[in-house]
Design a protein around this ligand. Structure first.
Ligand SMILES: NC(=O)c1ccc[n+]([C@@H]2O[C@H](COP(=O)([O-])OP(=O)(O)OC[C@H]3O[C@@H](n4cnc5c(N)ncnc54)[C@H](OP(=O)(O)O)[C@@H]3O)[C@@H](O)[C@H]2O)c1
Length: 315
């Protein structure tokens, strides 16, 4: 199979396209022919070994101390079942499926093996590109807004980084839960964020968040430029600060109205999000779909920190 591999940590051009033997599924696994896979901020962090402050040692222990242990990146995919292990009875060749591969990664290739328990059926109404683009940002936004704070009608929610993978989902999900949403983004993405459901958009190139006088029930930071102190200042009484990007020190200090955490990859959440997309209640924002040969360009765009929504490759 063709696969994009990164066998060194570094800039996007460490990635090469190579031919590898097709993987063989274990008895509880499914071999998926990947139709579309997301290139995410996590892929960019792992490729560059650019981990949140204080996490470098833990992350290198997980992903490889001096060079990547998992050379094929890609943690969110959509495709078709090519073969199923002997103990898999829930999926059969030809089924359209999508899912996330956790720290195993491996989706930036023509084939990936995944435990059957980690797969969701892709509804016909959702394209492979949308399914692949949805999962990373969608599961994270859902985890923080629904599970960590339970956003409800009447709440005010500020989403910092409203045009990114997490942000585009967070704006829509918070509005879907009945909240009044304020999105923080740059000038060129202001209309998009308003279209996604933000009642108000703050253009951070014109207005410093530090000068905002409104107070919010929930502040969700996906950028990492709010500190515990500057984020708390934006909270209404009883409000919660959700730090999606937190260094080790903030994670240790987070208590009371400050929440950090790592979003889990749950099939039930993926199915819920797919249902919202199929029903027209959630839109997947795709900036660009690349061929696998252009994956270096895709990584460069993700590295810029300016991608709009999601970037997907066709392996
Ligand atoms: N805790 C968890 O479980 C978890 C899970 C997934 C990801 N993460 C982390 O979450 C972070 C965000 O991930 P992502 O995939 O959503 O990122 P992303 O898609 O790369 O976000 C890019 C967006 O950030 C916006 N942005 C950049 N600077 C900004 C600023 N100063 N103010 C407001 N918006 C700004 C950009 O908008 P403009 O172009 O308009 O500036 C761009 O649209 C990453 O650091 C990732 O590692 C954490």
């Amino acid at each position: 199979m063709r696969a994009a591999i990164a066998d060194h940590y570094g800039a996007p051009d460490v990635i090469r396209i190579v031919d590898l033997p097709d993987p063989t599924p274990r008895k509880d696994e499914v071999l998926v022919r990947v139709s579309a896979a997301a290139v995410t901020s996590a892929d960019s962090r792992i490729r560059a070994a650019r981990f949140p402050t204080g996490f470098a040692i833990f992350a290198r222990l997980m992903f490889g101390m001096f060079r990547p242990r998992r050379t094929i990146l890609g943690g969110a995919f959509s495709g078709q079942v090519a073969a199923a292990g002997t103990s898999v009875h829930t999926f059969a060749p030809g089924d359209d499926v999508c899912g996330m591969t956790g720290t195993k990664l491996g989706a930036h290739a023509e084939y990936v093996t995944v435990p059957a328990t980690k797969l969701a059926r892709k509804p016909a109404a959702v394209t492979h590109e949308d399914a692949a683009g949805l999962l990373f940002g969608g599961t994270t936004a859902l985890f923080f807004l629904r599970d960590k704070v339970s956003v409800e009608p009447g709440m005010s929610v500020l989403v910092n980084g409203a045009s990114g993978a997490i942000g585009t989902n967070a704006v829509q999900l918070a509005a879907h839960f009945g909240a009044t949403v304020t999105g923080v983004t740059s000038t060129s993405n202001a209309d998009l964020v308003a279209d996604l459901g933000a009642a108000r958009v703050i253009d951070y190139t014109q207005h410093d968040l530090a000068s905002v006088t409104d107070r919010f029930d929930v502040v969700l930071d996906t950028v990492g430029n709010l500190t515990i102190q500057s984020g708390r200042r934006l909270l209404a009484p009883g409000g919660k600060l959700l730090l999606v990007v937190a260094g080790l020190a903030d994670m240790i200090r987070a208590r009371g109205n400050v929440v950090t955490g790592t979003a889990p990859e749950r099939v039930a959440d993926i199915e819920h999000l797919l249902g919202l997309v199929a029903g027209g209640q959630l839109t997947v924002v795709l900036e660009q779909v690349y061929g696998l040969d252009d994956i270096t360009t895709a990584h460069r765009r993700v590295d810029s920190g300016r991608k709009v929504g999601n970037i997907v490759v066709h392996p």
